[in-house]
Design a protein around this ligand. Sequence first.
Ligand SMILES: [Zn+2]
Length: 354
Amino acid sequence: MNQHTRFNLPICLAVEEDAFFHSDEIIRRYIPDMIGQKTIVVSEEFLIGIYREKITDISRDFGNAEIVAMKSASFDEAVAIAKKVCIEDIKVIIGIGGGRVLDTAKYAAHISKAVYICMPTSLSNDSLASPFSVLETVGAARKTISCKIPTAIIVDTNMIINAPEGQTLSGIGDTIAKHTALYDWKLSAAKTGTQVDDFAYALSRMSYDSVYHCDEKNMKSRVFIRILSRALVMGGLAMEIAGSSRPCSGSEHLFAHAIEEYYPDIKISHGMGVALGTIPACIFQGQSIDGLLGFFSTYGLDINPQSYGISEEMFADMWLKARTVRTGRITILDEIKHDRVQLNEIYARMVEGK
Ligand SMILES: [Zn+2]
């Protein structure tokens, strides 16, 4: 396929104060054809409880769109929603929620070929605009499945400012992970004699830079939320352009996947898991960690493994498992020996935060 036609970009990226109160006007501005089309709103029971007024308002603005409370963030649920969409001639799916809702609604839209409007209630990771959905498959097992990116993304800055702080911290962590992910991507390209996609690389680098070098140190400010929203969306687009998650996911993500798959009792958000992974990944890559440590402390990202119940023993085992959790993905972990003494030293540094 032609390099220049293999990807899609969203038609609309609106990051505005109180955007959820005039989402219909925003859509009318960008995709007027969608107004008046049969629409459903997909969310979750507890979110519909918390944001009843806003969600009802959005439903009314889109022709009294039916509000569907999804039961799980699973492949089966996405298929069930897609089935409803096809049978009832629904043309537009609006997803309102966090990662679980957005991934399920995105995949339902992908299989039913409906237009997908993504309206996040928190900024916890870059799946917002990515061409992937993480869905439960059998039992608690989850799989990352490729799909079409959203047609429109509407971020309400007021909504995000009021979201739980942990969600925003997770979004910051997922953005900072691009630093080590990009190193690993280049390394993999050099090893396999392939080429990184320069444009995807630049987008992901800019996404990282915009947050890492941000002058606004208050993560609850409108300015910061706007920068973070765009950074997460740019990360998603970098993946779409590259046709893989490599611009945003390297050894630090393998570490987070190892926690998820082998230590399901450890309660840590995706973004914080990868943030924890960036420090050792940086050291393995021979990069300085001083800047990152300073950044994490400025925004209050706690990278002490003990805070999450991760012992020195578990930490070393997680890095051992990280080597095999996604086979076929070349990272710095393929270049270094598993060194228990070094891992214990890194663990101690992370506990002390320096
Ligand atoms: Zn991620």
